[in-house]
Ligand binder design. Structure first.
Ligand SMILES: NC(=O)C1=CN([C@@H]2O[C@H](COP(=O)(O)OP(=O)(O)OC[C@H]3O[C@@H](n4cnc5c(N)ncnc54)[C@H](OP(=O)(O)O)[C@@H]3O)[C@@H](O)[C@H]2O)C=CC1
Ligand SMILES: CC(=O)N[C@@H](CCC(=O)OP(=O)(O)O)C(=O)O
Length: 304
């Protein structure tokens, strides 16, 4: 059966990337709007109600408005914005962590930074290696396409920076979903930054051995990650210790690679994830969720 899909915000960075991934699919029919109608509320109302699945690639307020336009019980939603990531009635779109995306009517795609953070931390909490009240820190660097059309224009005009830190007030819209979906009781300190590269991410979580269950070894940490992603083709746990990790490592793909390092002498661990902010961090994850929701091959249209 052919599923009809409407991408609201199809002219934006995430929307365009989803369209690329859906090109050539014969199991889907795209509902589209003419360029002069894409912000027209009546046209959008018709489109969202005509589609089996709506993918929202909009700023948060516009995403909330789009959901309010749906007036039938059939249309299902994948929201790429951060509007619904800890909202009641929404399923967090991270199937590798056990969220039931297949049966969900409302799916919120994870944020790009939380994708790396949660991939590293959630399995350790669930395995009992990391206690829920650990005060964690997470550092992330994103390519500038993570800021959408406005940031792409800024960096491509030469007004960006080689590397800049932001969210210095220690508030960022991704912190609630990191806390809740890792099952932490203490919000992590989140230190995002953006680099002068179009796409790609490196996300790091340092851990003191004192924060882990007594006697935890690097093999146990790697084992917990490997167990969690054994049947997850988009998430790879690096088997051999890397000597260098580059922001480009998973750029241009929909996969994510996880690394764990330790110095037993120093009593320190360092967890690192690489992914593409527009791949597993956004559009790739949206297509993966769509595939799961409509019963298609979960990897259809994805680069892994
Ligand atoms: N870029 C990334 O790496 C990631 C993005 N996201 C999230 O995905 C969402 C989209 O981001 P991104 O694609 O980067 O952003 P962009 O700014 O590139 O695109 C947003 C699109 O939404 C359109 N738009 C804005 N308001 C409305 C409205 N009221 N009705 C219809 N269309 C509207 C814009 O129109 P116009 O073209 O006229 O400006 C634009 O085309 C955001 O919530 C973002 O936070 C999530 C993870 C990663
Ligand atoms: C580099 C950059 O600016 N990144 C964006 C996050 C991009 C993203 O993940 O969007 P969501 O918030 O919808 O998940 C930011 O920090 O606001």
């Amino acid at each position: 059966m052919t599923a009809s899909v409407f991408i609201d915000g199809a002219a934006g960075t995430t929307g365009l990337e989803i369209r690329e991934r859906l090109a050539g699919r014969t199991d889907l029919e795209l509902v589209t709007l003419a360029d002069n109608k894409r912000k027209d509320a009546a046209a959008r109302r018709d489109a969202v109600n005509a589609a089996d699945v709506v993918i929202l690639c909009l700023p948060d307020d516009a995403a909330r408005e789009a959901v309010a336009l749906i007036d039938n019980p059939r249309t299902r939603v994948i929201d790429a914005s951060s509007a619904h990531r800890v909202a009641a009635g929404w399923t967090y779109g991270f199937p590798e962590l056990g969220f039931d995306v297949a049966g969900a009517a409302r799916v919120s795609n994870p944020g790009c930074y939380p994708t790396g953070f949660l991939a590293l931390v959630a399995p350790l909490v669930r395995a009992g290696l990391l206690v829920a009240d650990t005060p964690l820190a997470v550092h992330g660097t994103s390519g500038y396409s993570g800021g959408g059309k406005a940031m792409i224009a800024e960096f491509e005009s030469g007004a960006g920076s080689a590397h800049r830190a932001y969210a210095l007030g220690l508030g960022h819209k991704h912190v609630p979903e990191m806390t809740q979906h890792a099952r932490l009781t203490v919000a992590p300190i989140f230190m995002p930054s953006v680099a002068n590269i179009h796409r790609g991410m490196v996300i790091e979580v340092p851990l003191h051995a004192a924060h882990l269950a007594a006697g935890t070894t690097l093999d146990q940490v790697r084992g917990a990650l490997s167990d969690a992603y054994r049947n997850a083709p988009l998430v790879r746990v690096a088997a051999d210790p890397a000597t260098l990790i580059r922001i480009e490592d998973d750029a241009g793909t929909d996969r994510m690679t996880l690394h764990a390092f330790a110095s037993p002498d120093a009593g320190q661990f360092r967890l690192v994830a690489t992914l593409d902010n527009l791949g597993k961090g956004a559009s790739g994850a949206a297509v993966q969720n769509l595939n799961i929701m409509i019963g298609a091959d979960p990897l259809a249209g994805l680069v892994h």
